[in-house]
Design a binder for this molecule. Sequence first.
Ligand code: RB5
Length: 148
Amino acid sequence: MRIAIGADHAGFQLKEALIKGVLAPYEVLDLGTHSPHEPVDYPEYAFAVAEAVAGERAEYGILVCGTGIGMAMAAARIPGIRAATCTNVFMARMARAHNNANVLCLGGRVLGIGLAEEIVRVFLTTPFEGGRHARRLALIFGGPQRRG
Ligand code: RB5
C-alpha cells in the first residue's frame, strides 16, 4: 500500500518521525516540504498529496501542518478527497469507519509522536463500514442518494 505524505514547516518534524517509524512498512511518497527552516505555504502540499490520492498514485494521504486544520481545508477542495483532522485514536477510527476518509490531517504543534503514530496506525488499518454511512457520504459528495 502506498501512502502520500506532505507537511509544511510546522509539520516537517512529525512527518519525518512518521516516515521513519509507523510508516516504515509502507511505500511512502514524500511530497515535501524537506526542511523545517524555510516557511512554506501549506496549501501547496495539501494539493500535492490530495491530487496523488485522487489520481490513485496513493491509497491514502497524510498531511501535517501546525494544527491539521489548514491542510484539511485545502485538501477537501480536491474532488474525491475526504480529509479528516484527527487529534485522538477514536477520531481516527471513526474517520475511516464512518466517513471513509482518505486523507488524514495531523497537527505537528498539537500531537506528540507516540499519539500521532497510534492515530496513523488506526487510520491505516480501520475499514469503512459502508451501509448507512455510504448513504450519508453520498448526500455530501454525490451518488444515487444525492440531495437536489
Ligand atoms: C503555519 O504557521 C500554520 O499556520 C500552519 O502550519 C497550519 O497550522 C495551518 O492551518
